[in-house]
Design a binder for this molecule. Structure first.
Ligand code: PMP
Length: 423
């Protein structure tokens, strides 16, 4: 067979083996072309919540295709988008009253940044700085890379990235440093918004911080009229144990970004929710104050119908119980690693379990990662460590037996990977 012309994301084709084709997905599993069943222990890059091909979501998609394909979303609206907006606002933290659709996590965040800057611009207030957190990840577009941590992933694009103000990560016991830094930025009166992943910094290494920090950041933002943007692209839809992570801090953001689990992971869709203040800053007889953002596939009706079905699953099925059960199983399994010298930072937040494999700095990291991935795959598991950070974030339908097997695999694979890198 001639080599595939497909260029895969985050893939070094010179080093990776040929890709297996996925033949089918179901529940918490992928089935490859050879008939192998693989536990999707990272929910296919964190999107699948209830499980692959949940029957109610698939049925809603089939039904929507009987009457819709893509519909222009200016001059017209449609029932799936309207129903979803209403349902979303009831599901999200209070205070959010408008919904702007786009199609990925990155675009949801781009929209949020533009809404925040547009709000001050339209009001004639000179505020154009965005505060973010060290180790943040908000997407791979130029704007979201600018807000994210700089490093090997975005080095080639550095000349294009705009400047942001960065807070130190709130390490346990040193939270005040983060809050003080934020207050210093606010005092300069240039800050339009703080953009933050609530409770868990995902791609930055599954770094967790206390809910009190989130609440204090919101309080400071409120005091200085700085808009609070919660990037709930990963943390939303139950991942951290609550519907949105902000709930655990009693925080209602001014802007909330959601994607991934919005459709249960079945189809690409995103939404940026905002308060009336932000919407009204763009409401004017002066057309220059219009919110100028759109993409061709905004509010795709079929994706919106899938998301409406997702909301119904949250209403009708014991989703919270499934999440609580997963969380309890994770915490029981993780105990065995707590005093294990191979690991540090054994941690859990809702359905996310993470731990750091102890390896001496940089060079070894690069080596351990691919070994770990291959060793997991040989055991029928899709797990993609972030450097030396091993984590599990499975769909909520994952059985207790499969979750136990995933934790057993961590135990086994860690030693084999450490041996491979000569430790
Ligand atoms: N924000 C966060 C917190 C994310 O974790 C991600 C994706 N992992 C994104 C934004 C970007 O989402 P997408 O890949 O859908 O553009």
């Amino acid at each position: 067979m001639s080599p595939s012309p497909v260029w895969h994301p985050f893939t070094q084709h010179a080093l990776e083996p040929a890709m297996k084709r996925v033949a089918k997905t179901e529940g918490s599993y992928l089935y490859d072309e050879d008939g192998n069943r693989i536990l999707d222990a990272i929910s296919s890059w964190w999107v699948i919540t209830h499980g692959h091909r949940h029957p109610a979501i698939m049925a809603a998609i089939r039904e929507a295709t009987e009457v819709y394909d893509q519909v222009i979303f200016a001059e017209f609206t449609h029932e799936p988008a309207e129903a979803l907006a209403e349902g979303l606002l009831a599901f999200a933290p209070p205070g959010l009253q408008h919904v702007f659709y786009s199609d990925s996590g990155s675009t949801a965040v781009e929209v949020a940044i533009k809404m925040a800057l547009g709000t001050f611009h339209n009001r004639g207030i000179a505020r154009d700085r965005v505060v973010v957190m060290e180790h943040a990840y908000h997407g791979d577009t130029i704007g979201t890379m600018s807000a994210g941590e700089r490093g090997v992933f975005n080095a080639p694009f550095e000349p294009l990235l705009f400047g942001v103000d960065r807070l130190p990560f709130p390490e346990a016991g040193r939270e005040q440093e983060t809050l003080d830094a934020f207050e210093r930025f606010c005092r300069a009166e240039r800050t339009a918004a703080i953009l933050i992943e609530p409770l868990v910094l995902g791609a930055g290494g599954m770094k967790f911080y206390a809910s009190g920090v989130l609440a204090s950041l919101k309080e400071i933002a409120g005091r200085y009229g700085v808009l609070f943007i919660a990037d709930e692209v990963m943390t939303g839809w139950g991942r951290t144990g609550t519907r949105f992570a902000c709930e655990q801090a009693g925080v209602s953001p001014d802007i909330l970004c959601t994607s991934k689990g919005l459709t249960g992971g079945a189809l690409p869709l995103a939404a940026t929710l905002c308060t009336p203040d932000i919407f009204e800053a763009h409401l004017s007889s002066d057309r220059r104050k219009t919110f100028f953002h759109s993409s061709s596939y905004t509010a795709n009706p079929i994706a919106c119908a899938a998301a409406v079905a997702n909301l119904k699953i949250w209403r009708d099925e014991p989703v919270n119980e499934r999440i609580d059960a997963l969380a309890a199983q994770h915490s029981a399994h993780l105990k065995r690693f707590e005093n294990d010298p191979r690991f540090t930072g054994v941690r859990q937040c809702g359905t996310i379990a993470a731990l750091d494999l102890v390896v001496p700095a940089g060079g070894y990291l690069a080596e351990a990662g691919p070994h770990l991935r291959r060793l997991f795959r040989e055991r029928g598991l899709l797990v993609r460590p972030l450097g030396n950070v091993i984590y599990l974030m499975p769909p909520y339908c994952t059985t207790a037996a499969d979750l136990a097997a995933a934790h057993d695999a961590i135990d086994e694979v860690a030693s084999l990977a450490l041996a491979k890198v000569g430790l």
